[in-house]
Design a protein around this ligand. Structure first.
Ligand SMILES: Cc1cc2nc3c(=O)[nH]c(=O)nc-3n(C[C@H](O)[C@H](O)[C@H](O)COP(=O)(O)OP(=O)(O)OC[C@H]3O[C@@H](n4cnc5c(N)ncnc54)[C@H](O)[C@@H]3O)c2cc1C
Length: 487
């Protein structure tokens, strides 16, 4: 038995990894970190598989990063894989529209809000008179996100003077991609938060990024190496089956490998999605506010990812979006492996010739967010659907796919509708040694990688600041490494 108290982190997705990384920075910390994961490997929803036909590792679902993902970028810096994340020098994405065809959204990558607004006004997917409506969104921003949490994103946009055509042919795709929910279902607070952290902070904060190596190489393998070096205990293939609570504390963890009794000094961080957490809470908690909130957050919105492999290359942009279409995004996997970014054009380049946006690839990944209606569609029909979208980008894209893998992720992200801010759990709970993390925790962000990482770090810091405060109360110096924690 370890003489030091233990901090048990339940769930080895990004949030659990971020919590374990934060807690294990100090080699002299007076506690032991234990990361418990049900599956044989860490990573959770950020996983990859080996495609035997394409003979390469592919992410089960393509993940897109934004340059405002400060927590994720910091985590990658600490894992030593920050250079495997490739950011565009600006927000440049060709977007297809049934009426206007393919037009790039091109926002300069500097810190000026004015030039970000200028970039939006140049988006030719909408008539110029309609684009002017973008400006009134900035004026409608509430002081705090929670001021608009009672509204859907759609209601907020209407109040902000957005005509239906601008919502349908611009905002809908933005919202669906950022929150995995349609504008009529998702809380406006999430849209407001994304805009504040990205575009409204200037184009510099809204640059898209992608992983040039599979997600397992980006997050999981380096985390395993780091945890080995820092003596974090990683227990994979260990499913938590229940928590036992007595007198307001968790006193034991039931697991598939046997029971883990907790000492009074031990702490528990729950880094599970709500639909996993609700299965392990004690029956007696059903009436508690925490569990009531978790139950109400346990509805999930699906994502469908379709990966196609071609013998003859097709030509598509690095990333292309589709308004009012069943497929939302196509990703050029070969260009990503080569770490390419869109060629920089001067902002005054009005030429129609977008030929150099099209790059050859033998592997295409497609994403459908909020994919309820396509989940049961057979693979062959999905392949035909993606092929039709490839033709919209270039008439010469007539090659037939040689292989298809469709990943139907029914539990992709939680449904964060109106009133979500009062449901999402804070890091501290009313149970003395229980802390909450996971992408659904109260970060104010949509349930994304960045939310998962920030929530993991916040739960870790809640424990560290608690032990710092106790040391101060006892007249001792806080252990080294805890000094940096803000009071
Ligand atoms: C297809 C897809 C595409 C996405 N695209 C993007 C994107 O482009 N950009 C973005 O920012 N985000 C994206 N996301 C969201 C992002 O992946 C998640 O928000 C993030 O990975 C969640 O991390 P987490 O640690 O909170 O949860 P999870 O990754 O779900 O981790 C929870 C872990 O707990 C484990 N677990 C569950 N139950 C138990 C138990 N009883 N005992 C022990 N362990 C257990 C699970 O196996 C899992 O490893 C996408 C998600 C999906 C599914």
């Amino acid at each position: 038995m370890s003489p030091r108290p233990s901090i048990y982190i339940l769930g080895g997705g990004l949030s659990g990894i971020a919590a374990a990384e934060r807690l294990s920075r100090d080699p002299d910390a007076p506690y032991h970190v234990v990361l418990i994961e049900a599956r044989p490997h860490l990573g959770g929803r950020t996983g990859s598989y080996f495609d035997t036909r394409a003979r390469r590792e592919i992410d089960t679902g393509q993940h897109l990063f934004l340059s405002c993902y400060t927590g994720t970028i910091d985590l990658l810096q600490r894992l030593g894989t920050k250079d495997d994340l490739v950011f565009f020098d600006r927000l440049y994405i060709p977007l297809w529209d049934p009426e206007r065809g393919l037009n790039p959204l091109d926002v300069p990558g500097n810190k000026s809000q004015l030039s970000a607004a200028g970039g939006l006004l140049q988006y030719e997917g909408l008539p110029f008179s309609r684009r002017l409506a973008f400006l009134s969104v900035a004026r409608a921003m509430p002081r705090t996100d929670s001021d608009v949490d009672h509204l859907t994103a759609h209601e907020f946009l209407k109040r902000a003077g957005q005509p239906d055509v601008v919502i349908d042919r611009f905002w809908e795709l933005v919202i669906l991609s950022a929150t995995n929910l349609p504008s009529r279902s998702v809380s406006a607070a999430l849209l407001v938060r994304i805009l504040k952290e990205s575009l409204l902070a200037g184009g510099h904060a809204a640059r898209p990024g992608y992983n040039a190596v599979p997600l397992t190489e980006l997050f999981v393998l380096p985390a395993m190496r780091l945890f080995r070096a820092r003596s974090v205990s990683v227990r994979t293939k260990t499913r938590i089956t229940g928590l036992t609570e007595t007198g307001g504390r968790i006193v034991s963890l039931a697991t598939s490998q046997g029971e883990i009794p907790l000492s009074p000094e031990d702490r528990v961080i729950v880094a599970l999605p709500p639909w996993s957490f609700e299965k392990i809470v004690p029956l007696s908690w059903q009436e508690t506010p925490l569990v009531d909130r978790i139950n109400r957050l346990s509805y999930a919105s699906p994502i469908l990812s379709i990966h196609l492999h071609f013998d003859t290359p097709v030509r598509i942009p690095l990333i292309a979006g589709f308004h009012q279409s069943p497929i939302h995004w196509l990703f050029n996997k070969d260009a990503m492996e080569q770490r390419l970014i869109p060629e920089t054009r001067p902002w005054f380049d009005w030429s129609e010739d977008r030929e150099d946006d099209l790059l050859p690839t033998q592997m295409v990944s497609a994403t459908v967010s909020g994919a309820d209606t396509l989940l049961e569609t057979p693979d062959a029909e999905l392949a035909a659907l993606v092929s039709r979208h490839l033709l919209l980008l270039d008439k010469k894209n007539t090659a037939s796919p040689k292989g298809i893998v469709a990943v139907r992720d029914r539990f992709a992200t939680p449904v964060l509708g109106t009133g979500q801010s009062s449901l999402r759990p804070e890091a501290r709970t009313s149970f003395a040694n229980l802390f909450m993390a996971g992408d659904t925790a109260d970060t104010g962000l949509p349930a994304t990688m960045e939310s998962a990482v920030r929530a993991g770090v916040a739960a870790a810091e809640a424990i560290l600041s608690e032990s710092s405060a106790r040391h101060v109360a006892q007249g001792k110096t806080a252990p080294s490494g805890e000094k940096a924690i803000p009071a």
